[in-house]
Design a binder for this molecule. Sequence first.
Ligand code: FAD
Length: 517
Amino acid sequence: LYSLGYLIIFFTISPLVSIIGKPSIPYEVLFHLDIATRLSVNISDATIATSTDFGKLVQKIPAAVLYPSSIHDIIKLINYSNNGAISVPFGVAARGHGHSVRGQAMSPNGVVVVMSSLKNNNNGKIRVLWESCLGFYYADVGGEQLWIDVLHATLEHGLAPVSWTDYLYLSVGGTLSNAGISGQTFKYGPQISNVLEMDVITGKGQLVTCSKQTNSELFFAVLGGLGQFGIITRARIVVEKAPTRVKWVRVFYSDFSKFTKDQEKLISINNGMDYVEGSLMMNQSPPNNWRSSFFSTSNQSKIISLISKYGIIYCLEMVKYYDDQCANTVDKELQKMMRGLNFLSGHIFKKDTTFVHFLNRVRSGELRLQSNGMWDVPHPWLNLFVPKSSIMDFNVGVFLDIILRQNKTTGPILVYPTTRKKWDDRMSVVIPEEDTFYCVGLLHSSGFNDWEVLDGQNEEIINYCEKAGLNIKQYLPHYKSKEAWMNHFGKKWKIFQQRKSQFDPKMILSPGQKIFI
Ligand code: FAD
């Protein structure tokens, strides 16, 4: 039955195989490797599953999939590729949780390493430890771990990481290869700013421990390095005492200038909010969505009439953490921080919930969409960093002109500020030059036949920003040519290239990013 299944799958996707060419690794050689039992080759469930990702926009079939039982299997695989033992060096891509949207964790004709297999084999544990000399706690976590598991494991010690993503079912290695951003970034920096040390298998097959002090070049290269320099097998993460509850507030604006001024004011308060984000509400992007169902049914109808009145509403979202000790004072503190905010009078919505419920707020929406088949649809997302000096023009040219006027958008649109000083310029990630810049996320979902319409709109947005000189940078970047990548990295391109030849000279790692091919 299995063979019959594979045969059917093979004939279904064989036209695809012919489009992308024959696998460059001869299968018969793979069978002789001493990691052969952990490889899945040919057209199988494994190669098909790893040929796609959350984006559902591209499909690239690997020649084989490795399910490592330990990091030594990964080292062996990378060494085989380096030594040309099988054929020419073949691509190797770590697949964290496959939540990229443009094939970044794919390895066309090469090998995909399913990182979660380390977890299944009980290799990568999450350990909370005490640094006795300097007097702080940290967590040692496998690169394959999901942030939700890191949260639960650290909470057992009353601790938690300080910097998060909005959604926690992402792998540590996957987000550290990008940056890992959310409403906490203005305060604690992105997740890459909260790493003390890593174990990395370089593209040369060497296992190296690195930090700011030791092998620092590799450390800075890997953080935000789009998987180009090494596979993260362990990361030492900053943790702090975890709060138990949060005060969660949303307020509305019809004026973008007032909205952004207030966001910037909130992120400038010392010891102020713990999280500040913002989003757009329009007919196409209603108050509640998969990212968060915050508003009660009765409030939703009021909000919808407000949206009809203004066409677009900007929603500022802020959170203050607290625990039993400050339960009596937190409301006063919140009031003080919110004094002078210029939101639409009477449009304030509050929630009081647990820290875990707040951090894991996207999960219920995901499960809802999964249950009706709407999670596994194409996601032509566009994520941008917009300098503060360009954000007003961005609102007029992109939010009002392209998005609102064209009325094609389907999905949440996020916009919130963060500060450059919390980012380390020695890391590979690219951000705007200004002290304050905005994170903008256009989180579209679409049908299988119409995602190109939204992708066209994304291109229009990028072209508009270029023409208007808005100096934006893509987050989770995706480009089609080397020139475009060079332009993205700007003055960092030279060092990015140097680091590639130092740590992955045969250009083996993360070929799905398409930077060096
Ligand atoms: P994958 O897609 O598996 O891999 C991404 C890249 O990293 C690939 O190039 C891969 O080869 C490489 N890689 C994977 N593991 C390793 C490793 N151990 N070592 C080295 N390289 C590795 N991002 C944010 O910053 N903030 C958010 O709030 C946020 N929310 C999201 C919500 C959803 C629903 C989704 C789908 C994505 C979101 N993202 C967010 C984007 C997400 O951070 C990136 O797509 C990230 O790469 C996904 O992690 P992953 O584990 O699925 O990585």
